[in-house]
Design a protein around this ligand. Structure first.
Ligand code: ZN
Ligand code: ZN
Ligand code: ZN
Length: 128
């Protein structure tokens, strides 16, 4: 499962992973896939996303993948997900300052965050 998530740049649903595993592991059920993904998410090896379509997507944790931190642009028209790493200069500053402030105010040790922007991609915006 980690291997499949490690090889793709897509954000896969449990069902996508089930389909990808099926040829090699025909006896593996969808329930097992869900349960294993839950387990991996609890271990922080896998990150669970909700892109607003009621379907959880999974991505290998950046530290596991050796990947740089990224944020998401999500098209609500075609469900395309753009990963971006070319942060705006102020973006990281703002996030770090916000995290620091929240940590202090709520005595909360922040380990990670997700940043997702919803909207329309270029193609979908043109179609409207
Ligand atoms: Zn971030
Ligand atoms: Zn789109
Ligand atoms: Zn991503």
């Amino acid at each position: 499962m980690l291997d499949i998530l490690g090889r793709t740049h897509d954000h896969l649903s449990a069902n996508d992973i089930f389909v990808a595993l099926h040829p090699s592991y025909p006896h593996l059920g969808l329930t097992t896939v869900y349960r294993t993904l839950d387990l991996l998410a609890n271990l922080d090896l896998v990150i669970r996303f909700d892109f607003g379509d009621g379907r959880s997507r999974f991505e290998l944790a950046e530290k596991v993948k050796g990947d740089r931190h990224h944020h998401h642009l999500i098209c609500t028209g075609c469900r395309k997900i753009i990963d971006y790493r070319d942060f705006h200069d102020k973006e990281m500053e703002l996030i770090e300052a916000t995290q620091k402030k929240l940590a202090r105010r709520y005595r909360f040790k922040i380990s990670n965050h997700l940043m997702q922007f919803f909207g329309l991609c270029e193609q979908c915006a043109k179609r409207k």
